[in-house]
Design a protein around this ligand. Structure first.
Ligand SMILES: NC(=O)c1ccc[n+]([C@@H]2O[C@H](COP(=O)([O-])OP(=O)(O)OC[C@H]3O[C@@H](n4cnc5c(N)ncnc54)[C@H](O)[C@@H]3O)[C@@H](O)[C@H]2O)c1
Length: 248
């Protein structure tokens, strides 16, 4: 089982939004964190902030859609910290809610590459490190309410997040108990992804039980729980952290 205080955690998409909150949450719990993002400056500034607060982190300039870059993410983390205990596949991109008829090949492939193929590439590359000790390895994938219902994104986004939940289940099925894999399904969250559509977030969430959108920390705290020993019997599920979006 993973004790967060001496674990090594990789978080992708950690320069911004929920990934940044996850990186801080894990570092605050005493973990060493690889802050991975295609935005190298953003990753460096998050790792610096963690270091300034007395935590342990390295910044990794990485693109989850590129297999060489993905190998580098794993190698740099293992060179620095010796292993990987927790992998958070969090990097993601939105498709502007485009329906099928307005989804170009480039849009489709771009969304699927980051949101679904990226987690596959990085999980596959990290498996030896995740399985290298007597402790279980943990994988947490950031899916979405769009992984369960339509309307939380467009055709490509919804498909990618449904696929990511399927990927999570198959991972748990194939590698449990050595790997404990779960997904989180956020509803509307104020992040870099949604900063241009705050009024839309308000409208989307007005009739949900919470009646509001979330701060990224409200998702990161659930991810840290799922990664911890406290969630030791939670395998292969997709946990809604959505303010009740899916209740109806
Ligand atoms: N914001 C929401 O309302 C919401 C809701 C449900 C799910 N999500 C999911 O949460 C996750 C985090 O998104 P966020 O809202 O924090 O957005 P964000 O835009 O603030 O952060 C996403 C990060 O991913 C990085 N990234 C993009 N492509 C990458 C690549 N190829 N390789 C490495 N990093 C890459 C970006 O540079 C960015 O820093 C995503 O998977 C998103 O789909 C978001």
């Amino acid at each position: 089982m993973v004790t967060l205080s001496d674990s090594v955690v990789v978080v992708t998409g950690a320069a911004s939004g929920m990934g940044r909150s996850m990186a801080h949450e894990f570092a605050d719990a005493g973990a060493a964190v690889a802050v991975v993002d295609i935005d190298a400056d953003g990753a460096a500034s998050v790792a610096d902030a963690i270091g300034s607060a007395g935590g342990e982190a390295i910044a990794v300039d990485g693109d989850v859609t590129d297999t060489e870059s993905v190998e580098r993410i794993v190698d740099l983390t293992v060179d620095e910290y010796g292993t990987i205990d927790v992998l958070c596949n969090n990097a993601g991109v939105l498709d502007d809610f485009a329906p099928v008829g307005e989804t170009t090949d480039d849009l489709w492939n771009g969304i699927l590459d980051v949101n679904l193929t990226g987690p596959f590439y990085l999980t596959r590359a990290a498996l030896p490190a995740l399985r290298d000790g007597s402790d279980e390895g943990v994988v947490i994938n950031t899916a979405s309410v769009a992984g369960k219902v339509a309307g939380g994104g467009g055709a490509a986004y919804t498909t990618s997040k449904h696929g990511l939940i399927g990927f999570t289940k198959q991972l748990a099925h194939d590698y449990g108990p050595e790997i404990r894999a779960n997904a989180v399904c956020p509803g509307a969250v104020e992040t870099g992804m949604t900063e241009e559509m705050i009024e839309d977030l308000e409208a989307m969430t007005a009739d949900t039980p919470a009646g509001r959108y979330a701060d990224p920390e409200e998702i990161a705290s659930v991810v840290a729980f799922l990664a911890s020993d406290e969630a030791s019997f939670v395998h292969g599920t997709a946990v809604d952290v959505d303010g009740g979006w899916l209740v109806d």
